[in-house]
Design a protein. Structure first.
Length: 123
């Protein structure tokens, strides 16, 4: 099975999970992409934000037994496909909640990324 086939199966699985656990009116998950235009010392740069929908993404809560110095109560795990690259420090929004990516697990047995699993924390 090629990595492209596995990626499609992961996307289909996440889509099925969304349908089973969510509703048509559920808030969508977005990656906030920020672009900063350079400025000068006298005129600071300007920042623009673009919301990129993470169409195949689901949140999972950590169990209390996993809480430690790195995983705090309230942290969540986001499982998303490989379509949009998620990096540490990125912002994720869902409805009125804004999270930032604390750390990220990249599922890539080879050089082809299959999925991203960031740990997110409320901002």
């Amino acid at each position: 099975m090629s990595s492209a086939q596995i990626q499609k199966r992961i996307q289909a699985g996440l889509k099925r999970a969304q349908k089973k656990t969510g509703s048509p009116t559920a808030d969508k998950v977005f990656l906030v992409s920020k672009t900063i235009v350079a400025g000068t010392p006298l005129v600071p740069g300007t920042s623009t934000s673009t919301n990129i929908e993470l169409t195949n993404a689901i949140f999972i809560s950590y169990e209390a037994k996993h809480f430690d110095i790195n995983i705090l109560a309230g942290d969540r795990k986001l499982i998303c496909d490989n379509v949009t690259i998620v990096k540490q420090g990125d912002e994720i929004t869902q409805g009125t909640s804004t999270y930032y990516v604390v750390s990220i697990a990249i599922i890539a047995p080879t050089s082809d990324v299959l999925a991203y699993m960031p740990q997110v924390r409320l901002k």
